[in-house]
Design a binder for this molecule. Structure first.
Ligand code: CS2
Ligand code: MG
Length: 401
């Protein structure tokens, strides 16, 4: 089965998405996601200018060989742009294989370990009362787990999740800047959980994201203070590249720790997993080299008791989410999948068969990954340059996003 075409579709139905479509001489095609929030065109060029020409004429069945060709063959390895581009190719080829064999991708990954993967929703607001109401509403809808984020009193903006539209139009800048104070955050975060747990009880799993803004000792203190609230996880406390920091954090708290949405390969988390410094690895299919590489991360993590809790913000397209649902039902140590509703317009462009059932994401029964793209509709939503907000600390210096 020869690859006859490979093209990149950049579209912006509510937000930017980069999709790769690979066509074969048997009429079967597959799609993969290469979206890298705020740096979309870098991946589009990497694919268009460098990988697509090499794909033509290759056998679409040889997924592993194609992965190794692009990873090892480039010499310049790793990094989010490279690994998102490789992921787009990898997922498109798994999609083709599923369609060629007339079977969903979970069946190619060893079959099901479960019928659906538990997901978590997002309670996020400027008001704590509203956050509590959101948790209650999600619980009533059947969600088993909810991430809790709230505006820190004394700060102007929420952190970690841009407002709808933010990043597209800053005031006087092409990007938005937001003030940050770790001290104010640390005074508030434990009280927030005191209030939320008192209101919603312990039947719902709660999660929280610190977005890389703490020092190891601050993270240890926060984790310890939150222990009685029994979080499912405390996410991204310190900058993710500081793997050794987790030795300090781990010694100070038993709150479960999650890290890794910005990781691209096993090498980014090898120490974290081998030393059992974390409980959940958050690497995603799109940013960690596709299904093929994420499987290897999960396989490495399994004997150490580390489970996956893959990133699934709205910048991870319905294509990645489709692949993630197959990965989540097939992979033994997949624990939970982040889930964020995509912008409404995304369903004009993408058509997917995965769905939400009683707090679990479940695959449909189409062959492949079960997601398609309407290229004509995609063309109606032109790319719009967008940036993530920049965080500025109270002393004026740039902080970690
Ligand atoms: C976040 C994301 O989902 C998460 O846990 O950390 O909102 C993240 O900020 C974005 O996906 C960045 O693109
Ligand atoms: Mg996060």
């Amino acid at each position: 089965m020869k690859i006859t075409g490979a093209r990149v579709i950049v579209t912006s139905p509510g937000r930017n998405y980069v999709t790769l479509k690979i066509e074969t001489d048997e009429g079967i095609y597959g799609i993969g996601d290469g979206t890298l929030n705020g740096r979309e065109l870098a991946v589009a060029s990497y694919l268009q200018d460098h990988l697509c020409p090499m794909l033509i004429g290759r056998d679409a069945r040889d997924i592993e060989d194609t992965w190794q060709l692009f990873y090892r063959g480039a010499y310049w390895r790793r990094g989010p742009v490279t690994m998102a581009a490789i992921a787009a190719v990898d997922v498109a080829l798994w999609d083709i294989k599923g369609k060629a064999l007339d079977t969903p991708v979970w069946n190619l990954l060893g079959g099901r370990s479960r019928d659906g993967i538990m997901c978590y929703a997002h309670a996020s607001s400027r008001s704590l009362e509203d956050v509590i109401e959101q948790v209650q509403r999600y619980t009533a809808e059947g969600y088993k787990a909810v991430r809790v984020q709230c505006l820190v009193p004394g700060l102007e903006e929420m952190y970690g999740i841009p407002r709808a539209g933010a990043g597209r139009t800053g005031i006087g800048l092409p990007y938005v800047e937001q003030g940050w104070s770790t001290e104010k955050y640390l005074r508030f975060a434990p009280k927030m959980f005191d209030r939320v747990r008192a209101a919603v009880g312990f039947d719902v799993a709660l999660l929280h994201d610190a977005h890389h803004r703490l020092t190891p000792s601050q993270a240890g203190w926060l984790g310890k203070r939150l222990e009685d609230h029994q979080l499912l996880w405390l996410e991204d406390t310190v900058p993710a590249e500081l793997q050794a920091s987790y030795r300090v954090i781990r010694q100070h708290t038993t709150t479960p720790l999650a890290v890794g949405e910005v990781f691209n390969t096993l090498f980014d988390c090898e120490q974290l997993i081998r030393e059992q410094l974390i409980d959940y690895i958050r690497a995603s299919i799109v940013h960690a080299g596709g299904i093929s590489h994420l499987r290897k991360i999960a396989a490495f993590a399994e004997p150490y008791g580390v489970r996956t809790g893959c990133h699934g913000a709205a910048d991870l397209s319905p294509v990645t989410m489709g692949a993630a649902v197959h990965f989540g039902v097939a992979t033994y140590n997949a624990a939970v999948q982040e889930y964020n509703v995509h912008p409404e317009e995304a369903s004009d462009v993408f058509d997917w068969d995965w769905g939400l059932k009683d707090g679990f994401l479940v695959p449909g029964d189409r062959p492949g990954i079960g997601v398609d793209i309407d290229e004509k509709a995609a063309a109606r939503f032109e790319y719009e340059r967008a940036y993530l907000p920049i965080s500025r600390r109270e002393d004026g210096s740039v902080g970690n996003y």
